[in-house]
Ligand binder design. Sequence first.
Ligand SMILES: [Zn+2]
Length: 123
Amino acid sequence: MAVRVCPHCKAEISAPEAAARSNDIECPKCGTRLEVAPGSRTISTLAGLVAGAIVWRLSAGSTSDLGGVLPTLYAFLAFGIVSPLALMFTANLRNAPAVPVAEPAHAPSPAGHGAGGHGGGHH
Ligand SMILES: [Zn+2]
């Protein structure tokens, strides 16, 4: 299995973590924002598609009453299983692009939304 390490402090990041949160990973050691390199995601998507196609072909050969539906279902399942697995095995980490920290005066936050909208003026 490929080892994912933080490019900054060389701390290892677990494969499931990298696969599940490929867009927003934080190094557990130094807190650097990381992301899975785009190439890995392309590979995993391709792997999923190939797996889906293979499964579809295999299950399409069997003739049954549900023959028209099951191959598609199996193909979807295969894609859903193989694609994240492939991502886990192939993912490389890189530094995520800098987060836009300087935001305009009122940054929309989930917490402030409810409080500012309704609860504020009623007193
Ligand atoms: Zn780190």
